[in-house]
Ligand binder design. Structure first.
Ligand code: ZN
Length: 230
């Protein structure tokens, strides 16, 4: 009986592992319908891109002092949130230091490999490589197609960070903070994060930074239609 169970589990595992690359690739292809539009929206919102740059720079400044700390953030049209903070003061100081450094030309602070853009990049790459693998595999015939699909996933994984850094540099962030000032820093409200208990727990360690922009050329932001980038 135990042998039979082990056999069934083994067959299931092999089948699942065999199908997994295809399931992941199909999911990535689905993201082709979402991510390009989202990137276009973010690209058109200079305020959001600048807030995103300052969010990265603030977290980078905090991580310089204490590497490996679990910090994350996301940006909106009003500023950005830092999750995992210990106090308002530390975020306030880091945001002001980060702003000064960006203004001083340290553009590399504006991009970060653990940005949400990396998820976008890996899905876009996986989708493109999957479609190319299917086309080439159909042409070559036989089992080539499966090998090509798996190779595409490996390649997408290898190239996701370089593409993410490129997309951040030119699409999802803008390191020009010359016309920006850090306004004030305040505790996040649970409703800004997640609903229910999770929101309450997250809010306890989340800080909101308001950023003001005085660039006359920056886009006007319509209330109630706020885009969020991570
Ligand atoms: Zn980011």
């Amino acid at each position: 009986m135990a042998v039979l169970v082990a056999f069934v589990v083994a067959v299931f595992l092999v089948f699942f592992l065999f199908l997994l690359p295809i399931i992941l690739s199909l999911r990535a292809v689905g993201s082709l319908f979402v991510y390009p539009g989202q990137l276009r929206t973010v690209f058109g919102n200079r305020i959001l891109r600048r807030n995103h740059a300052l969010e990265h720079a603030t977290i980078a400044t905090m991580l310089e002092k204490e590497p490996g700390r679990p910090l994350s953030g996301f940006s909106t049209d009003d500023g950005f949130f830092v999750q995992g903070a210990r106090s308002l003061d530390e975020v306030d100081a880091a945001a002001r230091a980060a702003l000064a450094r960006l203004k001083g030309g340290e553009r590399s602070l504006a991009v970060h490999r653990n940005c949400g853009t990396t998820i976008v990049a890996s899905n876009l790459l996986a989708a493109v490589f999957f479609l190319a693998a299917v086309a080439l595999g159909l042409y070559l015939g036989g089992w080539w197609i499966y090998g090509l699909i798996v190779s595409g996933i490996v390649l997408a994984f290898a190239l996701r960070v370089p593409l993410s850094l490129f997309l951040q540099r030119f699409v999802t962030t803008d390191a020009n903070l010359n016309d920006a000032e850090v306004g004030w820093v305040e505790p996040a409200r649970p409703e800004d994060l997640r609903s229910g208990l999770l929101g309450m727990l997250l809010a306890a360690s989340t800080v909101r930074v308001r950023v003001f922009h005085t660039d006359p050329d920056a886009v006007e932001v319509l209330r109630g239609d706020e885009t969020v980038v991570r």
